[in-house]
Design a protein around this ligand. Structure first.
Ligand code: SSA
Length: 424
């Protein structure tokens, strides 16, 4: 959400953001509703002033003037009361539109329509060469008896997964490693919810707009968040923090649920795109200072790169174009990790800087050193999302005998073992 004053004073910048982010929003309609609401508020204030001035005359009025003044006061109060529903309706309508106004991308963000217009920034890590025919993620899992897609589909439907034996331990190991890695870098580990109230999804910016991606629980006021970013972002909603409490940095573990409504036919096999998964999320709430925000953006990115390097996985960093960065971001990079069976890099991390756009809609404010109340800046990035990360992990580290080599960083989480599985 942008400051209404900013929108009024910079309509062209906002119109350009709407255009390059392909947001369905009529800014002229929003500005007209704003003007109408200002006029209505001025009318209400004038009537209140008149009613208050009139009320002051009553006690001093002569007996013959008093009834007329009292009646006038009653008429004014009734007229004011009659305007209240219209005032509320116009305020709500404008608020709903303001929630849809996109953030302004930073200068230099590539303008584009969708992910095809994203820009590769750099590649890290050598692609694996195999002196045997490598298996894909599902083949590896089934060969080792590490999954049971058929049975879990009977229990939980499509896009579900069940890991068995060492693969189950591998998922817990990689998530625990991520929590350790980030808490060693000063991020407070959290184990948090996925069950959230609707307003937390408005606060984070997922609503309005992403409704079809989110599971709603029939008859309950709760929904299932697709990322721990949602509950974490609302933990301090409405509070006034002090500057010396910032930055808040969290590494939040949670289950994550996504309907994947728009993904029909994509990644239907295996672990890449499932309805329920687990993620360790990086989240930062810092001062309203772009230099500091950009520093945190780099930190969140390098944390994720550090995790991938420790897992000995080749990856590339891409910059999202305006059409693929979502409404709230000013800057966004994805990290895509190499998947040998697809001979492609696949997205495993998404790093975003949102300025004060998310904090404004969440009511995240802090008092700066001069006592001024400011909306904070927020950022987030994936730490590790499983089971998707297991796809590159299993495929890149598979061995000719069907076993999987354990990267040194994970061995402490797997009883020191260097290899998982049995030669087959
Ligand atoms: N349906 C899914 N199945 C498995 N993993 C998923 C799914 N959707 C997203 N992920 C994983 O979660 C990561 C983050 O998802 S994201 O929507 O891109 N970004 C966020 O959720 C941000 N909060 C940063 O984590 C993705 O990069 C991917 O690794």
């Amino acid at each position: 959400m942008l400051d209404l004053k900013f929108i009024r004073e910079n309509p062209d910048a906002v119109r350009e953001a709407i255009r390059v982010k392909n947001v369905a929003l009529d800014l002229d309609d929003l500005l007209q509703r704003d003007r109408d609401l200002v006029a209505l508020k001025q009318r209400v204030e004038a009537m209140q002033t008149e009613r208050n001035a009139n009320a002051k005359l009553v006690p001093k009025a002569s007996p013959e003037d008093r009834p007329g003044l009292i009646q006038k006061g009653k008429d004014l109060s009734e007229d004011l009361k009659a305007l209240e529903p219209q005032l509320r309706e116009q305020e709500d309508a404008l608020k709903q539109l303001l929630l849809r106004v996109p953030n302004i991308p930073l200068p230099g963000v590539p303008v584009g329509k969708d992910e095809d217009d994203n820009v590769e920034l750099r590649r890290e890590g050598e692609l694996p060469g195999f002196d045997f025919t490598p298996l894909d993620q599902v083949e590896i899992l089934e060969k080792q008896g590490w999954a049971d897609f058929e049975r879990v589909a009977r229990v939980s439907g499509s896009r579900s997964y069940l890991l068995k034996g060492d693969a189950a331990l591998l998922e817990m190991a990689v998530l625990m490693f991520a929590l350790d890695f980030l808490s060693q870098r000063g991020f407070t580990p959290l184990s948090t919810t996925a069950l959230v109230r609707r307003e937390t999804l408005v606060n984070s910016g997922h609503f309005p707009g992403d409704e079809e991606s989110v599971y709603k629980l029939e008859g309950d006021e709760l929904l299932l968040a697709g990322t721990a970013e949602v509950p974490i972002n609302s933990l301090y909603a409405g509070e006034q923090l002090s500057a010396d409490e910032l930055p808040l940095t969290f590494a939040g573990f949670s289950a994550a649920f996504r309907r994947e409504a728009g993904s029909a036919g994509r990644d239907v096999r295996g672990l890449i795109r499932v309805h329920e998964f687990r993620k360790v999320e990086q989240y930062v709430l810092c001062r309203a200072d772009q230099e500091e925000g950009l520093k945190w953006f780099e930190r969140l990115l390098s944390n994720a790169e550090g995790l991938l390097q420790a897992l000995e996985l080749p990856y590339r960093v891409i910059q999202n174009c305006t059409g693929d960065m979502g409404a709230g971001k000013v800057l966004m990079y994805d990290i895509e990790t190499w998947v040998p069976s697809e001979q492609k890099y696949r997205e495993t991390h998404s790093c975003s800087y949102l300025g004060d756009w998310q904090a404004r809609r969440t009511g995240l404010r802090y008092r700066d050193e001069h006592g001024k109340l400011l909306y904070a800046h927020t950022l987030n990035n994936t730490g590790i999302a499983s089971p998707r990360i297991l796809v590159p992990l299993l495929e890149n580290h598979q061995q000719a005998d069907g076993t999987v080599r354990v990267p040194a960083a994970l061995r402490p989480y797997l009883g020191g073992r260097e290899v998982l599985g049995q030669p087959v």
